[in-house]
Design a protein around this ligand. Sequence first.
Ligand SMILES: [Zn+2]
Length: 473
Amino acid sequence: MIARVLVAFAAIAGLSALGAWLARHPGTVSVNWQDYTIETSVGVLLAILAVAALVLAAIVLALAWARALPTSFGRGRREKRRRQGYLALARGLVAVAAGDAGEAQRQARRADELLVEQPALTKLLSAQAAQLDGDDGAARRYFAQMLKQRETEFLGVRGLLTIAEHERDAERALALARRADALRPGTTWVVEKRFDLEVKSGEWRAAEETARNALKRKALPEARAKRLRAAVLLERSRAAGADGLKDKALVHAEKALYLDPNFVAASLRIAALLVEAGEARRARKAIEAAWAHTPHPLLAELYLRLDSESDPLRRLKHVETLAALAPDHRESHIAVARAALDAKLWGQARKHLKAAMAHGLTSGTARLMAELEEAEHQDGAAARQWLARAADAEADPGWLCTQCGAQADAWTARCGHCGAFDALDWKSPPRVAALAPAAAAEAAAKALPAESTAPPHGGGANSEAPKAALPAR
Ligand SMILES: [Zn+2]
């Protein structure tokens, strides 16, 4: 401010000094142009020149201002449109979240008109609004347009994937899941989706690779990724076995067990393959290792098959060695009781059956008690009583689907009934026999799916079933 005042003062002082100097040194200027002659003093000429310069400067400034005017006016207008466009976008997204298809589409159209420089965002809204309206065709068009830009490609792929799944186009869905995985490697939902689709289409080798990558990239929790891969490997082992490739079947099963040491279906598979191959020593070692943490009646059966040639007493001795690895487990007691019955050692059989029943009465143990009463005392009445109890007791465990409750003869990676992956668990079916017969069937139908999904799905097969009351003796 002060500087400006000083400049003004200096200018005024300069001009006054110039005026005074001109007054002291008068002179005339004459201009001759064709027939005209203009004569004037130097002071007047200088004044005319100064005025002309001022007018010229004013004209230049006015022109510059006039030129800038529409630009700034246009900028204001664009700013306003953009604000309104984002507002429409926000309202549209809220409408999508609220499930209001009509409002979503209205706002999508508005956002599309107003936000010309953000086609990606408005396309996403338009696509979601179309999907909400059930118009998969329009949604597909919008999503497909999003594939063309790198920034929106992933969103486009994701949208097309949901449509492909909606239309049950498994092949297309899998291709899109793989594209999404390539765009953003290690994204958890993408990995899960890809794995799920590969499993559903029976691409076991690809599914195993996906689970392996998930573990490497930490896309899934370590234990889960390992279990998924183990279950796939066991399925590959089944497939190799069916193709007659026994060695390959064994390698896959061993890898599965290495990934999840408590995977009883893998232990069973290894034991069965070794017994079948006549590798008694390896089979015995494998069964004993599994028995220590997951005793299983089928393991005991395979163990007994190893020396089916030898005499019952020798077999009992072997089974006792096995049982000693999990001394108070129900399956240990049942296995020894079974072998003792064969060896006609009634006292020992009774002792172990009692110990097994302390874990809850199952129809299997009740049937063994009936066999014992019949064999030891030829007591038909007592045997019949035990058989009646067997009908009421907790059913023997089997492979049950934790998703739909269906029972399976053998472990498979996918439930044969509902298709759920790695859902078969070794456990007792829910008890329904104790209910009145008519109500029982109805209750069973209702309770089965709900009850069967209730327990968390673990890898173990020796899940403890609810304890049944011991029969009065
Ligand atoms: Zn199922």
